[in-house]
Design a protein around this ligand. Sequence first.
Ligand code: GLN
Length: 352
Amino acid sequence: MKQFKSFGLVVVTLLFSVTMAFAAKPNIHILATGGTIAGTGSSATGTSYTAGQVAISALLDAVPEIKDIANVTGEQIVKIGSQDMNDQVWLTLAKKINELLKRADIDGIVITHGTDTMEETAYFLNLTVKSDKPVVLVGAMRPSTALSADGPLNLYNAVVTAAAKESKDKGVLVAMNGLILGAQSTVKMNTVDVQTFQAPNSGALGYVLNGKVFYNQVTLKKHTTQSVFDVTHLNALPKVGIVYSYSNIEADMVTPMLNNGYKGIIHAGVGNGNIHQNIFPVLTDARQKGILVVRSSRVPTGPTTLDAEVDDAKYQFVASQELNPQKSRVLLMLALTKTTDWKQIQQYFNEY
Ligand SMILES: NC(=O)CC[C@H](N)C(=O)O
């Protein structure tokens, strides 16, 4: 009888600790969109492959260690190379994440994504997710079939990042090649290297090592819960395009944008956002028609500042500050859902 009692006690204790261990682990939901992390190639050494082939379940099976960190669930949103990313997928992701993060049984989100436009998706979500729970984007530079594929460790580190209490209220994050980067500042810097995501103006927020996160700084830019942008009731975004400048650019590169429904133009200018005299009149015409014009730069680092060589107040142009052209486009699209007042939009570019 005594033996039976102590056996019962052992069973109860065991069941309790198993339940506690399960309950203590954070619940992380993975939204898969494709990209190289889900890519398959014809050889382990070649560079040619097709993005977005592998399902999320197979990606997770490849990294069983993830189950030690979190209770992971996952779903496939789309299966695309991120060169084909579009506003509809962004709106779907933002709405879905906002619904998921309202739930008490979800502690964080990981999004698997191609690297080509990861910085844009990350920044869009940084401005439209209404929660301080971690949202982490991750991808890979080598397909799952390559020698030393970087996807498995990147995925593991992304789940570690999303599961960490320290990642709360840091804005949307990108976890790549051991670094944790902020959505506002991260940029894809190299076409092929695994060390491609960097934050050239302000540095990474932190890093992941041996299954733990280490943060060194936070962003002072507004994001997530502080953001005024809300896509809950939106089914489309205002049309905004980018004009890339160069020596001898001619007006006919830009004039079509005045008559094709564009509500905003991002000018990827030279230097500190400077504008060639051949297209300056087209951009002032755009303003006359009520089209917003944001001056950004094709130079990879440094801000595009107000009133350096261009009198922004005179022409009612907006300076993009540290946002590169592709991120300026994201902010201008969202800004245009609120206002067409260039001064207010300049304020958004100063704050976000
Ligand atoms: N490294 C990558 O993820 C690039 C693959 C593909 N072009 C994409 O962005 O999805």
